[in-house]
Design a protein around this ligand. Structure first.
Ligand code: 5RP
Length: 241
């Protein structure tokens, strides 16, 4: 699905930079993925060495285990109503700060956390910047397994292609942390993904899409040419879930 080994130095740089956004006393949503690993490691260092007092709200078993291993206190998502900040990676980001997420199949919890946060910040290396969403990465959708046949046929009716995500070191499909399936959708270039997103949300069996429209306030980008971090800011405050 995605190569987590690429651009490690940039992921480390942007993850460690984002950890500086977290302040004493904050309850902070913690995303999932190989960039977030570096965020958690730097937060762990700050907790140990700077006595930073924070609570992390992880979006996956991966992040929960890593937070605990790095000495970061955690709360489960269902125990929280709001978050001061949430930081997460992404698979694609467009110039309006919209994103495709879900390469790690954690996008449902990630979207809940993004919606709950006062400020949602995405952290990526510059290979993730695209002029238009769907350029390189398919759109992940978490679904109820029984709806697989129905949803596959619907996507085909809309002119798209749908593929059930298969495990890498497990026989059969990927089972998410919520016990569900993920399908990866591809559409012809020029397809209106906002419209697809709202159509998908009408269908029974769809749990959540990996399309993150109007959620991020900032994107921190690790730039490969000079190993710096560039900040992209949301221009207008549009609708938030
Ligand atoms: C997990 C995600 C990840 O944040 C996204 O796949 C980016 O991961 P990485 O930092 O490993 O490139 O959405 O569901």
């Amino acid at each position: 699905m995605k190569n987590t080994d690429t651009n490690k130095d940039l992921k480390r740089l942007v993850g460690a930079t984002a950890a500086q956004l977290v302040e004493n006393g904050m309850i902070c949503g913690i995303g999932t993925g190989s960039t977030v690993v570096f965020l958690i490691e730097e937060l762990g260092r700050r907790v140990r060495e700077e006595k930073l007092e924070i609570i992390g709200v992880p979006t996956s078993f991966q992040s929960k285990i890593l937070c605990r291993a790095n000495g970061i206190k955690t709360l489960d998502l269902q125990e929280c109503a709001r978050l001061d900040l949430a930081i997460d990676g992404a698979d694609e980001v467009d110039p309006e700060l919209n994103a495709i997420k879900g390469g790690g199949a954690a996008h449902t919890m990630e979207k809940i956390v993004a919606a709950m946060a006062e400020r949602f910040v995405i952290i990526v290396d510059d290979s993730k910047l695209v002029p238009k969403l769907g350029t390189a990465f398919p759109v992940p959708v978490e679904i109820i397994p029984s709806a697989l046949g129905y949803l596959t046929a619907k996507i085909r009716e809309w002119g798209g292609e749908s593929q059930l995500r298969m495990g890498a070191r497990k026989d059969g499909p990927v089972i998410t942390d919520n016990g569900q399936f993920v399908i990866d959708l591809k559409f012809k270039s020029g397809t209106d993904l906002r419209k697809i997103d709202s159509q998908l949300h009408q269908l029974p069996g769809v749990i959540e899409t990996g399309l993150f429209f109007d959620l991020a306030k900032q994107v921190l980008v690790g730039m490969g040419n000079d190993l710096t971090v560039r900040t992209m800011e949301r221009q207008k405050d549009s609708f938030k879930h």
